[in-house]
Design a protein around this ligand. Structure first.
Ligand code: NAG
Ligand code: NAG
Ligand code: NAG
Ligand code: NAG
Length: 202
């Protein structure tokens, strides 16, 4: 192939990468942002039951509230994973293929913050191929109520040939009842609990 054609081909591939995937030139796992598919030709996603769980600290969320999200190997399993891609999604309207909200306090020595669909820190993946049994991240909900119920979706790479795509958490119901007092651990709820235990003791 003439040099010009090679350069052109590389340029096309690079543009595609910038738009479509979270590519890591240093050999870490690369994913596509949209379908969350690892770029691992010629292998396709595993259809067996995944040895990983995706859990959240709450089954509801409030606008602007934070949720802790955990991906980990099932109990007592020796399985480890070397790559993942995690984001929140909504089933409302055209948000279906877009991440929702953003991750906060991302430790960049462990994780790579990604800006899928140009949304800053909307998606997180690993920073290296180091094997892990568990990762935990903090997610902040959008400050509006436009997204309805949301869920988290993760793709997990055990190794080059074995990976699971778009494992979904249970849905988190939008709690837009107004102020933060709706949260279980809000100061007023804690005050109420304190008051209740005071009266129980008296
Ligand atoms: C995991 O291992 C512990 C200790 O061996 C055992 O008590 C527990 O039942 C196991 N849990 C599962 C889910 O197998
Ligand atoms: C995104 O995450 C990085 C790494 O933690 C942080 O430095 C940056 O301020 C974040 N940006 C936004 C818009 O949250
Ligand atoms: C791989 O590249 C990503 C993105 O540039 C970087 O954040 C990460 O630290 C690198 N990992 C290693 C092991 O060099
Ligand atoms: C997770 O949800 C997405 C969007 O509805 C769906 O395409 C995907 O198949 C689901 N994943 C699994 C493992 O069922």
């Amino acid at each position: 192939m003439p040099l010009k054609a090679v350069v052109l081909l590389l340029a096309v591939v690079c543009v595609w990468c910038v738009e479509e995937c979270a590519c890591f030139p240093n050999g870490s796992v690369a994913f596509s942002c949209g379908n969350m598919m690892p770029v691992h030709p010629p292998f396709s996603p595993s259809t067996s039951s995944p040895p990983f769980t995706l859990t959240t600290s709450s089954s509801t969320y409030t606008p602007g509230g934070v949720i802790s999200v955990t991906v980990e190997a099932v109990q007592n399993s020796s399985t480890e994973f070397q790559g993942f891609l995690l984001q929140a999604r909504s089933r409302e309207g055209n948000a279906l293929l877009w991440p929702v909200g953003k991750f906060t306090n991302i430790d960049t020595t462990l994780f790579t913050a990604l800006h899928c669909k140009n949304m800053k820190n909307s998606t997180v993946s690993q920073a290296s191929g180091a094997k892990r049994k568990k990762v935990q991240l903090t997610w902040e909900a959008p400050s509006n109520s436009n997204y309805g119920d949301i869920y988290f979706s993760v793709s997990v790479v055990q190794d080059y040939t074995t990976f699971w795509v778009q494992l979904n958490s249970s849905a988190l119901r939008l709690d837009s009842s107004g102020n933060s007092a709706a949260g279980v651990f809000s100061p007023s709820a804690l005050l109420l609990i304190t008051l209740l235990s005071l009266s129980a003791n008296s």
